[in-house]
Write a protein that binds this ligand. Sequence first.
Ligand code: ADP
Length: 752
Amino acid sequence: MSLPEANTLTSLIATVCYTLLLIITFTRRSQQEKQTRWLLLFLVLSIIWEFTRFFAPPESAAISLSAIALIINVITLGIATAVYASWPHQRLWLVLSGTLLAATIASSLFLPNQTINLNTLQLPPITLSYLITITSWFILALYLLLRTWSGYRHTQFPWHANRLLFWGITLLVTFIGESLLFFNWSGLIIAGQITRFIGVIGLVYAVSSYLIFDVRTRFQRGLAFIFVTFISALPLIAAVVIVQSFGQQMSWDVATVILLTAVVITLGIFLNQPFQRLLERFVARYLLGEAIDTNKVVRSYSQAISRTLDVQQLSIVIIGTLNELLGTSRGALMLVTREADQYTIAPIPGMGDTPRRSLNLALDSIFIQALIQKHQPLLQYELDFNPNYTNLTPDEKEWLQELSMEAFVPVITDRDLDGLITIGPKRSALPYQPSELELLQVLADQTVVALQNARLFSELGTQNEQIQLLNTDLISQNERLEIMDRVKSDFITIASHELRTPLTQVKGYSDILAAMNEENALTREQTREIVGHINRATLQLERLITAMLDASQLDVDGMQLTFVQTKLDMIVKLAMEPLAQALKERRITIEVCDLEILPPIYADFKRLVQAFQNLIGNAVKYTPDHGNITIDATLLNNPNGSSDHIEMVIADTGIGIDPQFHELIFEKFFRIGDPQLHSTGSTKFKGAGPGLGLPIAKGVIEAHDGRIWVESEGEDEKRLPGSRFYIILPVRPSGVQTATSQPASRPSYLVG
Ligand code: ADP
């Protein structure tokens, strides 16, 4: 066949073939993926290019059209490659291809007939534009091949890498085919067209099917097959050759030689079988590394895991065994827990780095459902490329990316997912083979009982810990109840003491008053003094009864408060007023921070004054002379838009409070120390009270949506560790009905 004939004929056939391929790809495309669309465009351009070759063979003057079509073809293939391999940067490719395309067009337009003499290289002369076309094509093809190769080398997961390897090989075949078309020899042109077509079929296969066979293993197996066939045939060939030469030497007649050769061949074929099998086993063991004795593996695996009762230990044993068996680099056991509306997957690292973040998945998550329904290992490769998994949630995708595992093997109990064995890529960077994945599933099925036992065991451990915690809690509650019981009986003692003392005073003084009045011995001065005593005693009684009523109100219907806009500096000032005399006498200093800068709050003015009076009064009572009290306040801004809060701290340098009483002191009638002691004055050092001050303060603060608690190292009269009472108050308690006026006068019940 002449060169022009070869060119036009092959181009015509190729045009038909590419058109068929285009139709098949178009009709069989599963979805309009970007990469398929670019490859379809590439096929269309291939058809156009072949057309230009058909109408304008290379040696004609119209070569420029075909050259430009070829370069555009490579550029389109480059874009399809970029999409297929998800290149992060495509700018370099676009700049390179743009420049080279421009150079090709320019040289075809402006220098169509400029020839270069290649006599020195013993080559026929060619046009400059043709040289530029070949160079551009070469640079673009080389760039695509190198970039695909580099992508393959840097891909962590073997199955992902395999996909790029396959693409790279088909690209190479395509480009080899194209390169052959540059030669002016009909044999090479036919070979070039065939090779290119095979390469393009490979490209179409790659974009239209995510399942690409394991290229490296297939290649290895192919080599192994050729090796085994060749070596196993050697003795047979040798025997035939020996019979032939022996026959010649001994001058046997032809019939004898043929008969003997036939016998040798029959015997050879018969004996060859075991030899071939032996060779196959040798190749499998030493060259392909496939000598896994499944039964033995399953037996030793089951034994190893059956002895493990701890989930963490189980994960280490499982992944350790898989590491020995398959050369896994990393792995983890995942505990899957089904709750009412979701699954939770919690990783238990076995080997290598594994993020410990758990993932919550919906009950109908595709990931979970695929594992349950297929009951076989799921590869990360499938999750990335199988169109069935494109709807994974962003959260699932992010978690899977963080994990960076190669395969997920389900551990299924009662048709539900109980766990997952996840393994990273092999150290050999070879993909997991179907037989290995099958073995992995068998091992995962063996894990069911061990996993259930380990989970039960760890649940038992957690329950045990919880019981112990409950026990300790019970003990402390018991102690608290005992104390409360004591408080109840103390109440009678305290109440009778507290009530009897002023009552006895009233009765005593009124008796004296009556007796002296009988005798007409009362002077004005004496009367005033005795009435003064009676007044003080009644006042004390009144205060006690008010406190008792307030305390009982807490139990009945809580505090009835009237909220007004008020300032904390006013409240604290009024609360401190009755204590001024005592502070002076006992030389206790009191430092109050600048409360005026705080914003006004909505509060029940009278009740807050009462609460602060109780707290500051206690600080005075339980701080020895020359002590110090500080009152601090900070505005806590609330970032989430709800009301701001004010934190106040009343700290003293007093005797402190034992931590075991930090909660109890807020109980009614509870006081630390001897219940027999009765009130010895509201400001005297350690002057015992009825044990109602703090419960009332707490009731008032909680009725304002606030909180109160105490911090103190403990009680020590020598070291004086002091106490710090914390109060948190909202600037505007929720659901407050406000009356915005400020209280005009000071509360009438305040004493002093
Ligand atoms: P009381 O009327 O006895 O003061 P409270 O309810 O005000 O009753 O206080 C309960 C107990 O808390 C007191 O008996 C006292 O032991 C302890 N307490 C309260 N405030 C202080 C403080 N600032 N420092 C040390 N102990 C305190």
